[in-house]
Design a protein around this ligand. Structure first.
Ligand code: PLP
Length: 415
């Protein structure tokens, strides 16, 4: 899986490093050689054949007339099983993730649940240790306790511990990179190669990077998962998730599970996600630029103990990030010098950054994982992976960087 030539610039996302793979992917109504934004704006989104509307209509109908019993007008019969607005988004996501198939869900959690529901009792999962809090909750509380699936949470930056965790029952490897909230970088290509060798399905949660910055399927992953709630929707107004993949048999299995458990998105959400994704490239470039500047500023600030951002040369995952990402993303975590109260003072005194969970929207957000997003993670696990009380996670928005720097400077003066 050889990224021959590495064209590492944000401005020209020519995907040169992956060109041999792209040409091997058939399908997609839009020429697969088109660049990212062309696909984001057009893939799956043909002109409406009835009125010529250039935006995909929101098909609210739950059911579809049949010409005679068993004979459909197109492929739709009941909206849980398929909906034209959803299909448009599925196809657009598939195109952007270099996949043959896309499946959308009512949330990122529902997308991940769908994959886990393809396993059977006594199967084993290896999962990244500082995986998203909701993913941990599902695996610890539902998969383990109710479905009799065992899970090992492992530091995926250390391939030896991954190999040690493997059992004959291991079926699924869940990779998240960059990780949340400690911004570790896992080597997707290496991990997926290892998984393939042992016949283990590999899934990459691509939420932090988005398809604009990272293409897990081209790096060997079997399934790519995105919480569209974040960068893809991009405006903090839609909860949705997707799976993209190339294996048709696996797609059919996932689709069967999806229509059985029913975690689908509404047509309106599909529309919002389609609307958001059209500007993903523009937004991601701004997120990356703002984050790099902010990370460098914080890195020299006397009130900051440590900055976790893969774009800093000092970050242990910097080289791998350079290799597998086209930019370092908009998420920064920092250890503030001080205790929980100091951190709370910082969050309260900021005027542009909003203190809130979630990420990936145009607005800058700040939060304290230990008492917010990761409060449900057992305390001993939190300590082990570095989610201390003074850890603060920042989602850099696309406001003017001058204003954001000033706001941060004023806020840190209160720490
Ligand atoms: C938010 C998030 C999820 C879950 O997505 P929802 O859409 O909130 O269900 C999964 N993984 C990561 C990395 C996330 O940030």
């Amino acid at each position: 899986m050889q990224n021959n030539k590495s064209e590492y610039t944000l401005e020209s996302v020519t995907f040169n490093r992956y060109s041999s793979f792209i040409s091997s992917i058939e399908k997609s109504p839009i020429d697969p050689h088109y660049s990212f934004s062309t696909k984001a704006i057009h893939s799956g989104q043909s002109i409406d054949s009835v009125h010529g509307a250039i935006n995909t209509p929101i098909y609210l109908s739950t059911t579809y007339a049949q010409k005679e019993p068993g004979s459909l007008y197109s492929s739709y019969d009941y909206s849980r099983c398929g909906n034209p607005t959803r299909t448009a988004f599925d196809e657009c996501m598939a195109a952007l993730e270099h996949a043959k198939h896309g499946l959308s869900f009512g949330s990122g959690c529902a997308a991940l649940t769908c994959v886990c529901l393809c396993l059977t009792a006594r199967d084993h999962i290896i999962c990244c240790d500082d995986v998203y809090g909701g993913t941990q909750r599902y695996l610890r509380e539902i998969a383990t306790k109710r479905c009799n699936i065992s899970v090992d949470f492992v530091d995926l930056t250390d391939l030896d511990s991954v190999e040690k965790a493997r059992t004959p029952a291991t079926r699924l490897l869940i990779i998240e990179t960059p990780t949340n909230p400690t911004m570790k970088i896992c080597d997707i290509e290496k991990l997926c190669l290892w998984a393939k060798k042992h016949n283990i399905l590999s899934l990459v949660d691509n939420t932090f990077a988005s398809p604009y910055l990272q293409s897990p399927l081209l790096l060997g992953a079997d399934i790519c998962m995105n919480s569209c709630t974040k960068y893809i929707g991009g405006h903090c107004d839609v909860i949705m998730g997707t799976l993209t993949l190339n294996d048709t048999e696996l797609r059919d299995k996932l689709f069967f599970v999806q229509k059985s458990f029913g975690g689908i998105p509404s047509p309106f959400e599909c529309y919002l996600a389609l609307r958001g994704i059209k500007t993903l490239k523009l937004r991601m470039e701004e997120h990356c630029k703002n984050a790099q500047i902010m990370a460098e500023y914080l890195n020299t600030h006397e009130k900051i103990e440590k900055v976790l951002y893969p774009g800093l040369k000092s970050h242990p995952g910097h080289d791998i990030a350079r290799k597998q990402m086209r930019g370092f993303g908009g998420m920064i975590s920092i250890y503030v010098k001080g205790d929980l109260d100091a951190v709370k003072r910082l969050c309260k005194s900021l005027r542009i950054f909003v203190c809130a969970e979630s990420l990936g929207g145009v607005e800058s957000l700040i939060q304290v994982p230990a008492i917010m997003t990761h409060a449900s993670v057992p305390i001993e696990v939190r300590k082990k992976i570095g989610i201390e009380d003074n850890l603060v996670r920042i989602s850099m928005g696309i406001e003017s960087i001058e204003d954001l720097l000033k706001d941060m400077e004023d806020g840190l003066a209160m720490v």
